[in-house]
Design a protein around this ligand. Sequence first.
Ligand code: MN
Length: 203
Amino acid sequence: MPFSLPSLPYAYGALEPYIDTLTMEIHHTKHHQGYVTNLNKALEAHADLQEKTVKELISNLDALPQALQAVVRNNGGGHYNHSLFWKIMSVKGPLEPVGLVAEKINKKFGSFDVFKDQFSVTAKSVFGSGWAWLCLDSNGDIIISSTPNQDSPVMQGYEPLLGLDVWEHAYYLHYQNRRPDYIASWWSVVNWEQVEENYRELL
Ligand code: MN
């Protein structure tokens, strides 16, 4: 199988009380695993595509056979987005941006608080299932964006630095309908050291 579920870099309970253990376990072992399983199944008869990275696959959906485009979009996107999502969370790091990302955010938004407000509004405004993102656009400018379903910023030519999953499966057990409370809590588990690393990898 070309793609596999990455291990979490922490225990399922590590993000308590902000994200509960059972949500993390189901999210990782059922939802993310489901995207990986479906992606592998879709590529079973396509040895050439199995050689590609998931990012290569979803960055250029038009190059895929028509019959594969939707399934790779949804499940490749789901695999790629969640692989990033687990890494950008931790309870150990600083609660504010660091390094070059901190400079970029301050320059673009004026302050971390203004950025946080705008990102939170974007996350709250996603209708139904989707994601909020901090990305670099093709000019290297730092931007807030959102995507529906499991679409990824790389499908729009952006490079994601930070992403927030606002599908109900990410929060419903603990927060029920209170997405704004989940978003407010999530800021306590952002791994800003990793966000900085994501940025430096693009330089
Ligand atoms: Mn999810």
